[in-house]
Design a protein around this ligand. Structure first.
Ligand code: NDP
Length: 449
């Protein structure tokens, strides 16, 4: 690399090994950005002298806290909670919270780093953050979820606020959990504030926030296909996941004329050759909302095949949309998709493709959209929810949906502008450069101290 790292580090790997040891997901997220932004840094002596890169990969603040709570057997359980406030240069920290046993500092730093770029791409004033807990909600009663949320907020409320940090949901944190977290915040602080997004409509939530990420994914895909004079009409789609992002992506893909063949969960995937429809999607949502369920019951109800312990990438389709979790799509799966003639891969989840899979997609003659651009619709509508809370004036669904489409279209245009080379659009490069420029310019303007 031409730009220099301080303290004599020769390579990015040495630097990350020293500064962030044992954080593989975080290393992966940073490595995916560096090659794209290196030329921008090399060309700008101000970025170099302000040491922007080293500042950009260090979270501004990380808090970790103990959560003690009572389970249904009256036993005290102990979990760990975190908030990584990654970069606040362009606005208050903003990003989701994940409750999953895999949550650790490396996962949250990768998510917070990606969120910083994603939020910049939306064009709204939001810094990047991420948080959550290693709490596993699977098999827990509703009362246990509520007691856990109360205990979690007992700690988290010290670090958030409408002008400080406004968390949202993520894996296993949906409308129910946000409701409990908001109630806890209000009771602890005696303040009714727009301190969380994804709230219920009766207490300050925005229309379309639930749908926004999955719908936004398909709006972005439609924009990409338009560059090839194509549409989703008649296309077959394989989707992974069966949560918020996956089911709303499926719903919008179907509305745009596509045939959705698969969904998955952490136990396996269903393949429905007839294609999903609204009734089947509603059933999946209701079924998965019950604690500890798998999709195995889908094929008993609607037919099709259930395959245990695998992702859906072996099913031939025109479009693949990984919408479950990080690193769920590996190099072999990427090769299978490409061998099967996939036209487009659109990441609904955050970093769902491994580094090797992503590099195959980026060099193949297909359309490839990285999560930080394609799934930005969720945080974009969260940004609109913040504005509605500020003015205490809710917007109707039609207006929010219109704004969402416009924002996804602008993100697409930004990726095209910064990612086009020799007539080919590299969306990953475009997203990295456009996001970096905005954050780096703001950091430069604000000096150090
Ligand atoms: P949900 O909790 O609603 O759904 C998660 C889905 O992923 C479930 O089907 C779950 O299966 C599956 N899953 C979780 N872990 C694994 C695993 N290790 N292997 C296979 N499947 C797994 O989460 P969301 O839909 O909200 O989030 C999905 C992805 O989208 C995440 O990467 C998230 O960061 C990203 N995202 C979410 C946004 C949002 O607005 N919600 C915004 C932007 C990005 P099971 O039920 O069996 O656990």
């Amino acid at each position: 690399m031409t730009f220099s790292l301080s303290d004599g580090f020769d390579s990015l790997e040495d630097f990350l090994d020293a500064r962030a040891p044992n954080e593989p997901e975080f290393h992966q997220a940073v490595s995916e950005v560096i090659d794209d932004i290196k030329p921008i840094m090399d060309a700008n002596s101000d970025f170099k002298s302000a040491n922007i890169f080293e500042r950009l990969v260090e979270p501004e603040r990380t808090v970790s806290f103990r959560i003690t709570w009572l389970n249904d057997k009256n036993e005290i359980e102990v979990n760990r909670g975190y908030r990584v406030q990654f970069n606040g240069a362009i606005g208050p920290y903003k990003g989701g919270q994940r409750f999953h046993p895999s949550v650790n500092p490396s996962v949250l730093k990768f998510l917070g780093f990606e969120q910083t770029f994603k939020n910049a791409l939306t064009g709204l004033p939001m810094g990047g953050a991420k948080g959550g807990s290693d709490f596993d909600p699977s098999g827990r009663s509703d009362q246990e979820i509520m007691r856990f949320c109360n205990a979690y907020m007992q700690q988290l409320h010290h670090y958030i606020g409408p002008d400080i940090d406004i968390p949202a949901g993520d894996i296993n944190v949906g409308a129910r959990e946000i409701g409990y977290l908001f109630g806890a915040y209000r009771r602890i602080t005696n303040r009714f504030q727009g301190v969380l997004t994804g709230k219920g409509l009766s207490f300050g939530g925005s229309e379309m926030r639930t749908e926004a990420t999955g719908f936004g994914v398909m709006y972005f895909l439609a924009e990409m296909m338009k560059t090839h004079d194509d549409t989703l009409e008649g296309k077959s789609v394989v989707i992974s996941g069966s949560g918020n992002v996956a089911t709303h992506a499926a719903e919008k893909a179907i509305a745009m004329g596509a045939k959705v063949l698969t969904l998955s969960d952490s136990s396996g995937f269903i393949h429905d050759p007839d294609g999903l429809d609204q009734e089947k999607i509603e059933w999946v949502r209701a079924h998965k909302a019950k604690s500890g369920t798998t999709l195995a019951a889908y094929s008993e109800k609607f037919g099709g095949d259930w395959t245990k312990g695998k992702g859906p990438w072996g099913v031939q389709a025109d479009i693949a949309a990984p919408c479950a979790t990080q690193n769920e799509l590996d190099e072999d799966s990427a090769k299978t998709l490409l061998d099967n003639g996939v036209l487009a891969v659109i990441e609904g989840a955050n970093m769902p493709s491994t580094a090797a899979a992503k590099s195959l997609f980026r060099s193949a003659d297909i359309l490839f959209a990285p999560g930080k651009a394609a799934n930005a619709g969720g945080v974009a509508v969260s940004g609109l929810e913040i504005s509605q809370n500020r003015t205490r004036r809710p917007s109707d669904a039609e207006d929010v949906d219109k704004d969402l489409q416009e924002i996804m279209s602008k993100i697409h245009a930004a990726c095209v502008e910064d990612g086009t080379r020799d007539g080919r659009i590299d969306y990953a490069k475009g997203a990295n450069i456009a996001g970096f420029r905005k954050v780096a310019d703001a950091m430069l303007s604000q000096g150090v101290g």
